[in-house]
Design a protein around this ligand. Structure first.
Ligand code: HEM
Length: 344
């Protein structure tokens, strides 16, 4: 899978080189990274590239933008009547995407020779062909739904983790320097060797600290399955609960007085909890049985893209940047992230 990530990321960086050599002083890295992460997830999920899947790709992006605008009411009773026009638009796009994905699945089924393509759809289809062994088979409809879940769950979140990382590394050039040194020692200037990724320890601390300070998934949802008593408060059975992950990650009573500081080394000392006093205080990927299934894929993509970026460019904050993290389903920089990007 990792090799599917290198090409889109390299294309993005080549584009940056062209923009810079044409005299562009700053780049909105949020927009750039989101587009690239979309391409990566479309490749890893259903083998789409811009060449063979432009139409699906554009529709997936359009659906995502529409969903941003209408989905802030998720869990609110009768929410689909609050933005009926947007809802209708999202439903229509959803049907169009389904049709396009079904035609891709159909084409794959036609050319099926028993050796799956190395993407999620290929693996799921292989699973479906093991009908007799597993006793379960995914229908084409279920295959489409799985691919869409991965696209929407894995695209924006990973892009935002990388985006907030570039902001924090721009504000803390000493960490930018330290990561570049680590990349030099572990990977060098060679083609990326994924088997060495486990040695990028500082990069992992930085990622976790970024996910703590600017958690792309700012809340997790649960429903009470019985009456729950918390001190004197009773939460009735059936209540929808939004767990405020941003508040948890910024609570000085469990993190200490330096809670708002960027200190990746807190994860050196305690790689799981970053020194948090409460074992449920660090939840960037949720918890329990519904914990994010894409967390390892994200870690891989994060390392691939950040390694490629830091080997070629240095980053500093543009005077045009306006700091305004806002929750639009995920936690995003409201006005994008313009950075001054310089080739090394
Ligand atoms: C930095 C990147 C990511 C973050 C912060 C993130 C965060 C989360 C969170 C908070 C949840 C809910 C967990 C819960 O309710 O306990 C979740 C679920 C999920 N994520 Fe991610 N995610 C990321 C990347 C990805 C990627 C790359 C994929 C797929 C390619 C993915 C696929 C999913 C899926 C399918 C679920 C639903 C799991 C279930 O309900 O069983 N995520 N993620």
């Amino acid at each position: 899978m990792a090799s599917l990530m290198v090409e889109p990321a390299t294309n993005m960086l080549n584009r940056w080189t062209t923009l810079i050599s044409c005299g562009q002083a700053e780049i909105d890295v949020e927009r750039e990274i989101t587009t690239t992460a979309g391409e990566i997830i479309a490749r890893t999920s259903f083998g789409l590239t811009h060449q063979n899947g432009n139409k699906v790709f554009e529709k997936l992006r359009a659906a995502q933008t529409t969903l941003f605008n209408s989905n802030r009411y998720v869990g609110v009773p009768f929410s689909k009547w609050i933005c009926p026009k947007k809802n209708l638009e999202a439903t229509k796009l959803g049907h169009e995407i389904d049709q396009l994905l079904l035609s891709i699945i159909h084409a794959r089924k036609q050319s099926w020779d028993g050796s799956p393509q190395k993407d999620l759809l290929g693996l799921l289809m292989e699973g479906s062909h093991l009908d007799g062994r597993s006793g379960k088979s995914l229908t084409a409809r279920e295959l489409v739904d799985e691919c869409k879940t991965f696209f929407f769950g894995g695209h924006e979140t990973t892009a935002l983790a990388l985006t907030w990382t570039l902001l924090l590394l721009s504000l803390h050039p000493q960490w930018q320097h330290q990561l570049r040194e680590e990349i030099k020692q572990v990977i060098g200037d060679e083609e990326i060797d994924f088997t060495r990724f486990a040695h990028l320890k500082k990069m992992e601390w930085v990622m976790k600290e970024v996910l703590r300070l600017y958690s792309p998934a700012p809340n997790a949802q649960r429903q009470a399955r019985e009456d729950i008593k918390v001190d004197e408060l009773v939460i009735p059975n059936g209540t929808n609960i939004w767990i405020d992950v941003v508040a948890l990650h910024h609570d000085p009573t469990i993190w200490g007085g330096d809670v708002n500081e960027f200190r990746p080394e807190r994860f050196k000392e305690d790689s799981l909890y970053g020194g948090c006093k409460h074992k449920m205080g660090f939840l960037p990927f949720g918890f329990g049985g519904r914990m994010c299934v894409g967390r390892n894929l994200t870690m891989m993509e994060y390392k691939v893209v950040l390694t490629l970026m830091l080997r070629r460019f240095s980053f500093s904050v543009s005077p045009n940047y306006r700091h305004s993290p806002s929750i639009m389903l995920s936690l995003r920089p409201k006005f994008g992230l313009p950075l001054i990007v310089k080739p090394l």
